[in-house]
Ligand binder design. Structure first.
Ligand code: HEM
Length: 756
């Protein structure tokens, strides 16, 4: 398309208005498996392994003891054109075992067979005990320097740039579970700072289920599948989970967040992150400040609908993983601002009556604004999932000078747990030497030996004090960047008790409920009703209703109604909580970078317009997927989905370039989605289904040409909110993409009057 094309230039303007990525647009649709297409026939000439795709890199190259090696990032990948044994010996054949005659027994002397199968037999390592399912990316953190007055951490100094690796995850599911289940999401960031590694091991929910880490095994046992049948996978909609949280009301706040739209994010790129605990920062003068860490996504906080989340779990269980990788490959680099809420470090460690050591409490942003201190950008995909995303090991105790912990009892258990778990998962104490975990600062720790030791240590005296190694390594003084724990007074009786300030379990859940928009409240009611409706035990449901009665009578009444149970009265006075508007994720406009736009067309459509629209979507840092009756090419355009393979849930918005005729395979015996099509049906029924689903998932729908026929067939009024019908593609694209800045068209479905 030439620049003078009027459709394209008008569309470009629209795209500029709704996107804000500032990066080169994607050249093509992301997601191809390799950096070059394969030949049709099996290659006959040897060649070096293909390089990774341009968006993919391995970890930076540092030695096991934190020295830059200067090696190419590919240096740790396989090399050479010929197949070898693990010892580098070239092999002529790997398809046949060594046998006594072609039909004879396999010989014990087949060292290649033995080595190959031995390694395969041990390829799996234990998955993480929690957060097993995840996806990671490399990036950079650029500090604004605005925190330099409260911390001496070098990576938070002005203009400091620090490489990072981030891993997002769900909590409950196994490694192969679906991405879109209702759950808390992990948001763990490893900062490879010049002073050693700092890990911010955060979640997308600012509060936790429990106030004391000694209960972590309990809450996880309750949330994981039942021990007898090992079901259900990756979800909390079952009896043991609700049994635990209904008996354990400090979980109520977290549970409300989990049942809200935050539990089903649209994308990892559209989640907030929270360090949860209060941390203590120390500046160069030794002055201390208490802070809570927040990640604020530049794309805003957005969610799936619950039906959509469930459908995606089947249609594309890798949805979040794919979304992150595709966005980075397409150049729509996700960004988050790191911010801190700052509190004076007073002896009580309280702020406005809120106990800062209680991880089930937030401090509303209206009381303590989140102050931006730097920008995180994810811009490189891993080149090997196992080596990077699976072997990365986070730990809340990976701290750098200037950042210290507080006495939050949840944090204390974490400080023990994260190191301990790696001994099993990563097979010994040397996991910091795995390439993805290596510090970018010199390591001289006097640790020696152990399984999988990859450093070759020098010297004879790994102990202190010594004279044989010249006294090395030396202690660092304060001026030499030493980590020094903040001296704090400790006193008290040794007890197994919670402080009185931890006793209020309902006023903050109520604050959260009151802060939501009516649409979000409807979703919360729906989620509680769904989850409790999946429980078998009546007592569990009734007990949880008693909990909800202490949060809000409308919430309790509506959920009780759905369960067919009476709504109980509250057992404590309802808290007089002031709403915090910052907690609602609706009502603001955001860029639409990396969104997926389905463009439905067939030969009967004006393909010139389709191509212009497609190019404009690409140029805007979004991904257009062309959906057509069959694969191959539609005119000059490659088809990404067919009516058989497409499902509405893959798209953030749907564009109809006309009314596609029924495809050759549009009958129920071939494709159940087509149902029992009447012989004279004018539109492919799979397209009608797509529109119906997109409509009820509150997505923007645009159509030009004869598209109105599809809407009529789907029962979608042309005047409905978020439906843009026009004569030409340019006008429709403008209207449809404009709607994406609000993410969904919630106006389409007004909430019940008494919930509003
Ligand atoms: C505020 C509370 C908590 C937050 C925000 C949190 C966050 C996370 C995150 C993000 C991960 C995934 C790390 C990764 O991507 O590799 C994780 C893993 C894990 N968490 Fe937590 N967690 C919390 C509480 C706890 C507690 C209380 C314990 C134990 C007492 C615990 C034990 C673990 C363990 C054992 C893993 C697996 C680590 C691995 O195998 O690499 N977590 N947590």
């Amino acid at each position: 398309m030439s620049e003078s094309n009027p459709i394209k230039s008008a569309v470009d303007k629209v795209v500029d208005a709704v996107t804000d990525h500032g990066h080169a647009p994607a050249a093509e649709i992301p997601g191809v498996p390799n950096s070059a297409p394969p030949a049709l026939e099996q290659p006959t000439e040897p060649g070096e392994p293909l390089p990774p795709k341009p968006d993919q890199t391995g970890p930076d190259t540092f030695s096991p003891t934190g020295q830059p090696t200067g090696a190419d990032r590919a240096a740790t990948a396989q090399g050479g054109a010929y197949l070898t044994t693990a010892q580098g010996v070239r092999l002529r054949d790997t398809d046949h075992s060594l046998k006594a005659g072609p039909r004879g027994p396999v010989l014990l002397q087949d060292h290649h067979l033995r080595e190959k199968v031995m390694h395969f037999d041990h390829e799996r390592i234990p998955e993480r005990v929690v957060h097993a399912r995840g996806a990671g990316a490399h990036g950079v953190f650029r500090s604004y320097g605005t925190a330099a007055n409260i911390t001496r951490a070098a990576f938070l100094a002005e203009k400091a740039e620090t490489p990072v690796f981030v891993r997002f995850s769900t909590v409950l599911g196994s490694r192969g579970s679906a991405d879109t289940v209702r759950d808390t999401r992990g948001f763990a960031t490893k900062f490879y700072t010049s002073e050693g590694v700092f890990d911010l091991v955060a979640n997308n929910i600012p509060v936790f289920f429990i106030q004391d880490g000694i209960k972590f095994p309990d809450v996880i046992h309750a949330g994981k599948p039942h021990p007898d049948r090992e079901i259900p996978q990756a979800q909390s909609a079952h009896d043991t989970f609700w049994d635990f949280v209904s008996l354990h009301t400090e979980a109520t706040h977290h549970t409300l967040w989990n049942m809200s739209d935050r539990g089903i994010p649209r994308s990892y790129r559209m989640m907030e992150g929270f360090g949860v605990h209060t941390f203590r920062l120390v500046n160069a003068a030794g002055e201390t400040t208490l802070v809570k860490f927040h990640w604020k996504p530049k794309l805003g906080v957005h969610s799936l609908t619950w039906e959509e989340a469930q459908m995606i779990a089947g249609v594309d269980p890798d949805y979040h993983r794919r979304d992150l990788a595709d966005a980075i490959e397409a150049g729509a680099y996700p960004q988050w601002e790191l911010g801190v809420q700052v509190f004076p470090d007073n002896p009580e460690q309280m702020f406005e009556g809120i106990d800062l050591l209680d991880p089930t409490k937030i401090v509303p942003e209206e009381l303590a604004p989140v102050q931006p201190i730097g920008l995180l950008e994810l811009n490189r995909n891993p080149s090997n999932f196992f080596a990077e995303t699976e072997q990365v090991a986070f730990h809340v105790g990976h701290l750098v000078p200037g950042i210290d912990v507080t006495d939050d009892p949840l944090l204390a258990a974490r400080l023990f747990s994260y190191l301990d778990t790696q001994l099993t998962r990563l097979g010994g104490p040397n996991f910091p030497q795995l390439p993805i975990n290596r510090p970018h600062a010199p390591v001289n720790d006097m640790q020696r030996d152990g399984y999988h030791q990859t450093a070759v240590h020098r010297g004879v005296a790994p102990y202190k004090p010594n004279s044989l190694d010249g006294g090395c390594p030396f202690h660092a003084g304060l001026g030499e960047g030493a980590f020094v724990e903040v001296p704090t007074e400790v006193s008290g009786r040794k007890v197994r008790e919670a402080p009185a300030t931890y006793a209020d379990h309902f006023s903050q859940p109520r604050l959260f409920w009151l802060s939501l928009s009516p649409t979000e409240k409807e979703h919360l009611i729906d989620a509680f009703t769904f989850e409790l409706g999946k429980c078998y035990e009546q007592a569990v449901k009734e007990r949880q209703l008693r909990v909800l009665a202490n949060v809000d009578p409308v919430l309790c009444r509506e959920v009780a109604q759905g369960l067919g149970l009476p709504a109980p009265e509250p057992s404590v006075p309802l808290a007089d909580a002031a709403p915090s508007p910052a907690l609602s994720q609706l009502g603001r406009e955001w860029p639409a970078d990396g969104r997926i736009i389905g463009i439905v067309a067939d030969e009967s459509c004006d393909l010139g317009v389709v191509d212009a629209v497609r190019q404009a979507v690409l140029a805007g840092g979004m991904v257009p997927l062309l959906v057509a009756p069959k694969g191959g090419m539609l005119g000059t355009m490659p088809v990404q989905r067919t009516f058989l393979t497409a499902r509405s849930v893959e798209f953030d918005a749907l564009l109809l370039a006309g009314a596609p005729l029924p495809g050759r395979d549009a009958y129920g015996a071939r494709d159940a989605k087509a149902g029992n099509r009447a012989p004279d049906e004018p539109v492919d029924p799979r397209v009608v289904l797509m529109v119906m689903e997109a409509y009820r998932h509150a997505k923007a729908i645009g159509g030009w040409g004869t598209a109105a026929r599809v809407l009529a067939q789907a029962g979608v009024p042309e005047q409905a909110p978020g439906v843009v019908v026009g004569e030409d593609g340019e006008q429709v694209l403008r209207g449809t993409l404009g709607l994406l800045s609000l993410h969904r068209v919630w106006d389409r479905f007004p909430p019940a009057a008494d919930v509003a």
